[in-house]
Structure formats: structure tokens, C-alpha cells
Design a protein around this ligand. Structure first.
Ligand code: TMP
Length: 209
């Protein structure tokens, strides 16, 4: 596979969307063909699964069902969009990927990391990102940004707040999970996303360009 696969990760309200758009623009300016996508979602089928996964009550699904839903969505997304794009030599920027499952369902909810990795390998033909940019913000700051965004959102759109409602202690575990991945794996790079936007963009450019 010749393209490059970059995942953006982080807790709630880390500012991933803005930074993904900026990196996409910088890569296109260098002449790269860039595909921007997200998880859960990215293909019509995976977007249908997303609607089940991120809306409704927090306790709507058990964690086992959550793992299987997000992994099923990822299998479709990789087979139909990410792998073909990489094979065509494109750069893929994905808003969340396997490290969200490892952090939210693994570190946050106690599902075995080994099991999550085996499921991932089965679902995706063992596709891992070349680079993971972990946009790190303190949990309280991220949750307050995300709650403000939800309040400002058009009321006709469904609220995607299932995981926000799990509270501070849960999101602290998720953050510690990302920190542990960054400490263990040089492909996972921590970006201080509490800095002003342009400084975050510069840090991402230094890691990815
Ligand atoms: P988003 O708000 O970044 O679009 O992500 C949707 C929510 O889904 C977010 O609260 C994190 C959660 N999530 C998981 O719990 N596990 C996963 O594997 C993924 C991809 C997302």
C-alpha cells in the first residue's frame, strides 16, 4: 500500500475537525491527494451504524455491543474507503480510529486491550495508522467545549452526546489511556491542543509534514 494513513485522536472537544481541515489543505498544497473521513462512519453503511452508536441514552447499549458496533462500522469503512484510497496512493486523514476504541472501550470501560486488538485485526485485515496525532486537552476544558457546541447545534439534528454524559472520571481514564499509548508507541504523538489554534496547527505540521 503506497498512501499514508494518519489518524487524529483525542477526548471530547479537542478541536480535531479544525485541525484536520488545516492539515488537509497543507498536504493538498504540496500536491498530495487527500481523503478526509471519520469514525464511526465514513461510508453510507458505517454512518448508519454511527447513528446507533453516538445518539440516545448512554446506557442504550452494553459495552460489548458498543465494541461490536464500532468494529463493524470500521470493517466497512476500511474495506470500502480507506484501503482503496491507500492503494491508490492517497493520503487518508481519519477523525478517530482504533485508538478511540482502545481508549474509550478499553481503558474507559475495562474491555481487554488484547481482545480489542484481535478484533481490529480481524475486522480490518490488520490495518494500523502510520501516524496517530493525539490532540490532548484537559478533560474539563474539552467537555465544556463539547457541551457548548451541542447547545449551539441546530435542534433538528440528532445530539451525539452518548459518551460526553459518562462524566469526568470516565474521561480522565480515556485521557490516561491515550497518554499510555503515546508513551509506548512512537507512532502515537501527543499534540498540546490547549494552545492557541495556530500553535496547534504548527505542532501538527511538524509531526506530519
Ligand atoms: P466524535 O465526537 O469525535 O465524532 O466521536 C464520537 C464519539 O464516539 C466520541 O464520544 C467517542 C466515541 N467513540 C468510542 O467510544 N469508540 C470508538 O471506537 C470511536 C471511533 C468513537
Amino acid at each position: 500500500m503506497s498512501g499514508r494513513f494518519i489518524a487524529f485522536e483525542g477526548g471530547e472537544g479537542a478541536g480535531k475537525s479544525t485541525q484536520i481541515a488545516r492539515l488537509a489543505e497543507a498536504l493538498r498544497a504540496r500536491g498530495e491527494e487527500v481523503v478526509v473521513t471519520r469514525e464511526p462512519g465514513g461510508t453510507p453503511g458505517a454512518e448508519e451504524i454511527r447513528a446507533l452508536f453516538v445518539t440516545g441514552e448512554t446506557g442504550r447499549w452494553t459495552v460489548e455491543t458498543d465494541v461490536l458496533l464500532v468494529t463493524a462500522a470500521r470493517a466497512d469503512h476500511v474495506a470500502r474507503l480507506i484501503r482503496p484510497a491507500l492503494e491508490a496512493g492517497k493520503t487518508v486523514l481519519c477523525d478517530r480510529f482504533i485508538h478511540s476504541t482502545l481508549a474509550y472501550q478499553g481503558c474507559g470501560k475495562g474491555v481487554s486491550i488484547g481482545l480489542l486488538k484481535r478484533l481490529h485485526s480481524f475486522a480490518t485485515g490488520d490495518l494500523w495508522p502510520d501516524l496517530v496525532l493525539w490532540l490532548d486537552v484537559p478533560v474539563e476544558l474539552g467537555l465544556s467545549r463539547s457541551t457548548k457546541r451541542a447547545a449551539a447545534q441546530d435542534e433538528s439534528l440528532p445530539q451525539e452526546q452518548r459518551f460526553e454524559a459518562l462524566g469526568l472520571a470516565y474521561h480522565e481514564k480515556v485521557r490516561r489511556g491515550f497518554a499510555a499509548f503515546a508513551a509506548d508507541d512512537p507512532r502515537v504523538v501527543r499534540i498540546d491542543a490547549a494552545q492557541p489554534l495556530d500553535a496547534v496547527t504548527a505542532a501538527i505540521a511538524a509531526a506530519a509534514l
